[in-house]
Design a protein. Structure first.
Lengths: 196, 541
């Protein structure tokens, strides 16, 4: 198996937590992994991305070549579109549709949604709303991880185990909230794939 | 016994060093090197052994402290970002003259593409002119393995070893096989040759000849290094020299089966015999390297006679910026002999809707309050100039503040403001953070005090080293005392809490001190919003 993922978002949104969980899962499944991330200046509210490569055979490059990504996983709709040159022809976009507006010239939201709608292989919904509905407003990133998980060849129990270990030290309630968010996201994609 | 761990390149090196018997790490935070020291600070073995891991005031003090530890026979490293090596250049170059006693590795993390830096300088040039051997890991496993290897090499040849990281490896994670049982630390021992460590001209001349003679040994070591390899792919129409992380991009493009002859380089000085063999057996040569064209310029020389050499200098590889697998593929698609199977993929275009999202000061950051007040205070003056410095507050250049006129290097705010004041500039305002002030601002302030230059220095003290993620700042709790000790007039050393409610007072205070015809220091203080949040959540638990 091989899954090349581009994780996208805005500095401080929590994409690196997703990378940490998938990384821990890959290690447990004895898979090869490379995960490149951005630290420093751009973490201050700028656009951030992480290249995450998981494979059953050795991985050479830390960076995914253009046209090679299997999925773009984004916490923000405009940021999802920033990386489409890296997406393979059959690749999927999984994105939150709730915009993060911290710049004056943010594009009109309707036009952005229309553009996302035109993509064939896309899972796009308001993950902030789902997280809020679960009384866990800070878990949008776990909703996103759940929504992306059916595209990643990794066992659900393994990913859930990593979520559990990451949040364990913050208590049962935090674990439960993040797990619920993950499962809600996963269900959304499974339902969508079933109806296709 | 080996244990598999998921580690950043930075962390892999740090763990490798601890497992190889590290006794002390010395560093000043700087992207992309910061996580090396942070790993030592959090590692249970290092903590149990009492391995030194306190941050230093700057890279020069860090390098000298590490050299002192090496003098006593212990294994040590100092880590910094590439521009930090400029600050530490004096002890670095001279450490080649003293040599090392205990294994001594100098880690410089370069930032090609300038993700979080002001230039793209390539630390391999430093190693070259200092005549110090260098290592350049191509992946996380090599970063781990090179710690023990580097210490052994340093002790074998009694020379410091430079280890060059690049951002993409520093900040990329992979599975690394690590030793389960750490080696013992070295016992204390002193250098055999006392005079070598006293760099008086007569002693240095002797040592310099020895260092030049040792160069031959370093080249031999590179030619037989486990990290340098000659790989004959069968097709001799093109030979490829690929160093560090560029080697991985080459492998990626060919799916691990490169049809051409390749020399992989991860140890310097350059392996002369391997490169000659490649040159002799191939029709042309391609050089792939991350950073500046160090290898290419040496191969080509100024005469550029002989076989065709492709690289960044010839324009066949992108001249600046970070190297990517796509650059390598595009170059190969252009220059590789026909039927090499290299094709550039059809890629989707980015929508016009996608716009830049530059970084910005955090909501609730105290630097915001400082710039807001400063801009208002300066409204009534003609051509005020504000000299900025290195840190989060450099973002004050961007909208909405547009508040600074310069940003050059650590500490340059105060000294440039002084130079401008010498030229008749008024107002000449310097804005510097607390950590940058103790790194390189203090000596400049002494210059200004000695001439009572009409400069206004604002130390925006957020009690941490913010940009790199909130490391301890060496001046915390001492800033006013340092200023007084340097001779700042107590009547013109003012302190204010940088809070929105103090806006009017801050504006008034800035104006008063700008009008003072001599040195003023205003310490505007409030904890970094990021560290404040982190501490609050730690306290809650």
């Amino acid at each position: 198996m091989k899954t090349d993922i581009i994780l996208a978002g805005v500095g401080g949104q929590g994409i690196l937590t997703i990378a940490t969980i998938l990384g821990a899962s890959a290690l447990k499944e004895n898979l090869y992994l490379k995960q490149s991330e951005v630290h420093g200046m751009s973490q201050r509210g700028g656009d951030v991305q992480s290249n995450l490569r998981i494979s059953s055979s050795p991985i050479y490059s830390d960076l995914i070549p253009a046209g090679g990504a299997d999925i773009i996983v984004s916490l923000e709709p405009m940021e999802a579109l920033r990386y489409v040159p890296f997406l393979s022809e059959s690749g999927w976009i999984v994105t939150n549709t709730s915009p993060f507006v911290n710049i004056d010239n943010y594009p009109d939201v309707e036009g952005l949604e229309k553009e996302l709608d035109e993509w064939g292989n896309i899972v796009a919904f308001d993950m902030d709303a789902v997280a809020r509905g679960l009384m866990s407003p800070r878990s949008s990133n776990m909703v996103l991880l759940g929504a992306a998980s059916p595209f990643i060849e990794m066992r659900q129990e393994e990913i859930e185990g990593s979520i559990e270990s990451l949040f364990r030290k913050k208590g049962d309630k935090t674990v439960d909230m993040n797990m619920a968010a993950f499962r809600a996201g996963r269900r959304h994609t499974e339902d969508l794939l079933e109806s296709r | 016994m080996k244990t598999k761990r998921l580690l950043l390149g930075d962390e892999a090196f740090a763990l490798g060093a601890i497992n190889a018997g590290l006794s002390g790490a010395y560093a000043y935070p700087g992207t992309p090197s910061t996580e090396i020291m942070e790993f030592v600070q959090s590692d249970p073995v290092a903590q149990e052994r009492g391995v030194h891991s306190h941050w230093s005031s700057n890279e020069k003090t860090a390098m000298e402290e590490a050299l002192g530890m090496s003098f006593c026979g212990k294994r040590t490293f100092t880590s910094m970002k590439h521009v930090g090596l400029n600050v530490a250049a004096d002890p670095f170059v001279n450490s080649a003259m003293t040599g090392a006693n205990g294994g001594f590795i100098v880690v410089a993390a370069d930032d090609p593409g300038m993700h979080s830096s002001q230039n793209e300088q390539d630390s391999r040039f430093y190693a070259d002119f200092a005549m110090i051997p260098a290592l350049e890991p191509s992946d996380q496993q090599e970063a781990y393995d090179m710690a023990a290897y580097g210490f052994e090499m340093s002790e074998k040849y009694r020379i410091p070893v430079l280890l060059r990281f690049v951002t993409r490896l520093s900040h990329s994670r992979s599975v690394v096989e690590t030793d389960s049982v750490p080696s013992e630390e070295n016992a204390n021992s002193y250098p055999e040759n006392r005079s070598q460590w006293v760099l008086m001209p007569a002693m240095s001349r002797i040592r310099n000849r020895r260092l030049i003679a040792d160069h031959e040994e370093f080249v031999k070591s590179s030619d037989s290094s486990p990290f340098n390899r000659y790989e004959d792919g069968g097709d001799h129409r093109l030979g490829i020299v690929a160093s560090g992380i560029a080697y991985n991009y080459l492998q990626e493009i060919f799916g691990g089966k490169v049809p051409f002859t390749v020399v992989k380089i991860s140890q310097y000085p350059l392996p002369v015999n391997m490169i000659r063999r490649l040159y002799d057996s191939c029709e042309s040569v391609l050089v792939l390297e991350e950073g500046q064209p160090y290898i290419e310029s040496r191969l080509r020389g100024i005469l550029d006679v002989g076989k065709k050499i492709y690289g960044r200098l010839s324009g066949d590889v992108v001249r600046d910026g970070e190297l990517t697998p796509d650059h390598v593929r595009d170059t190969l698609a252009n220059i590789a002999p026909v039927n090499s199977g290299i094709e550039s993929p059809l890629c989707r275009k980015v929508s016009e809707k996608v716009v830049c999202r530059p970084p910005a000061l955090c909501q609730g950051c105290s630097h915001r309050d400082v710039y807001k007040a400063l801009n208002e205070a300066l409204e009534s003056y003609t051509d005020p100039k504000v000299f900025g410095d290195i840190g989060c507050y450099t973002l004050g250049f961007l909208k909405p503040y547009c508040a600074i006129d310069t940003c050059v290097d650590m500490g340059a705010s105060i000294t440039m403001a002084k130079g401008a004041a010498d030229a008749g500039q008024h107002p000449a305002v310097a804005v510097i953070g607390d950590s940058t002030f103790t790194h390189s601002g203090m000596t400049g302030l002494l210059d200004a005090v000695n001439e009572n230059s009409p400069v206004t220095v604002i130390i925006s003290d957020n009690l941490t080293t913010g940009m790199t993620g909130g490391q301890d700042s060496q001046g915390t709790g001492k800033i006013e005392d340092i200023c007084l000790g340097l001779g700042v007039d107590p009547r013109h050393l003012r302190t204010i809490d940088a809070l929105p409610k103090n806006h009017e007072e801050m504006v008034r205070l800035f104006r008063e001190e700008i009008d003072h015809q001599g040195v003023s220091v205003i310490v505007s203080r409030r904890e970094c919003i990021q560290t404040a949040r982190r501490n609050a959540s730690l306290n809650k638990r």
